[in-house]
Design a protein around this ligand. Structure first.
Ligand SMILES: [Zn+2]
Length: 188
């Protein structure tokens, strides 16, 4: 069972990671050394843990992590309600934290994992950040801008090619969203 180390970060709004600290107690699992589906599941589980934290504070459960050279650089979840910020989607918050952590507004050679297919705003931000590869879990039939409502990553007016892979651990991600909206409807 993976433990997300990000719990304390929420209170003060700072959520940047020292990868050494995060992984120091997990030496038996060489992160970044293995490739393929196992690695993608590992990072997506961290994103799912972020989504779970979002749900616990009444935010739509979407979580994201930024990974550079096999190391966790930033993680975040939706903060739109908490921060009264219409741009506070998990991807945007994670990109902002990653930029601050790396001291660079371009996140070249970084990948982003997110539990829901990004919206148009977030795809734009991923392109601006020069994210290398986007991995997402559940499709968003209404607003997904990768392959559902739009196919923005395929738009040739962008000056950066955003590669993407969808459907990684889609089931737990969409289940979390469904349960969140169901319980919110019940509460009304
Ligand atoms: Zn978005």
């Amino acid at each position: 069972m993976l433990v997300n180390k990000d719990g304390d970060g929420i209170k003060d709004g700072m959520d940047c990671f020292d990868p050494q600290t995060v992984f120091s107690d997990r030496v038996d699992e060489p992160v970044g050394k293995h490739v393929g589906v196992e690695t993608h599941h590992y990072w997506m589980e961290l994103a799912l843990a972020q989504a779970q934290q979002a749900a616990e504070q009444g935010e739509v459960p979407v979580g994201a992590v930024v990974v550079c050279d096999g190391e966790l650089v930033a993680s975040a979840h939706n903060l739109t309600i908490t921060d009264s910020d219409p741009t506070g989607h998990a991807e945007i918050v994670a990109l902002r934290r990653a930029g601050q952590q790396l001291g660079n507004y371009r996140l070249v050679d970084c990948d982003l994992y997110v539990t829901l297919e990004p919206c148009a705003m977030c795809v734009g931000a991923l392109v601006h950040a020069r994210i290398n590869h986007l991995y997402f879990a559940a499709d968003d039939p209404k607003a997904g801008a990768i392959r559902s409502a739009m196919a923005l990553a395929a738009a040739d007016h962008f000056n950066h090619q955003l590669d993407w892979t969808g459907g990684i651990m889609a089931e737990p991600a969409s289940k979390m969203l469904t349960e969140f909206f169901r319980s919110r409807r019940r509460a009304r």
